[in-house]
Design a protein around this ligand. Sequence first.
Ligand SMILES: [Zn+2]
Ligand SMILES: [Zn+2]
Length: 241
Amino acid sequence: MLIVISFFIAHWYASVFAQSFFLHRYMAHRMFSMSAFWERFFYFFTFATQGSSFLHPKSYAQLHLEHHKHSDTENDPHSPHFLKDVVSMMINTGRIYLDFKNGRRQSSSPYIESLPTWNTIDRIGNSHLVRLAFCGLYVALYLWASPPIWMYALLPIHFLMGPVHGAFVNWCGHKYGYRNYETSDRSKNTFPWDILFVGETFQNNHHRFPNRLNFATRWYELDLGYPVIWLLGKLRIVVPR
Ligand SMILES: [Zn+2]
Ligand SMILES: [Zn+2]
């Protein structure tokens, strides 16, 4: 049981950190720069930690920038105020994400064109066979650890880790919590639950200051992703802009 709990926590935080650090703060917003080596390292890290639910980085960035552009309007890919429940929000988000990934929807700009891609990882990470192999790996670990039977109910969360994080952040971050700033959307800060999402549900702060590296803006708020990125800055792995 302890092995499964540890694996669940490790997978949850590694995956949400990859999404926040690499996909969101680096790919979508370029809040910091890093060398070609570290860029590839974190590209691979995102693939390895999201595993069966790997999100194509460039398509994620395009999808996310659409959210900023149309936040809480009918053109927002995932506004909880225009989509009736979490499932329909996830379906709509998935549809627009796939449109970007498969080239049916374009948002060409010099910025988007400058985003890095890694064809080998994109091909492997998006292969159905590889996604299935990751699912098999999670199941094998559970079978090996043989936890109480109810814990197998956690497996679908492992399978869909990336979209599960996205669903929580997009739904809760625009629906529950408090606002520090008047913005044109309906974003909220979902603190203290944000400790599960390493800064991502400080949506109101983030929409007000979209390029600010630290998503916490009040003395009592804590963006758990920020101290890690600060440390990476001290180690000269990233250079904040
Ligand atoms: Zn938002
Ligand atoms: Zn953003």
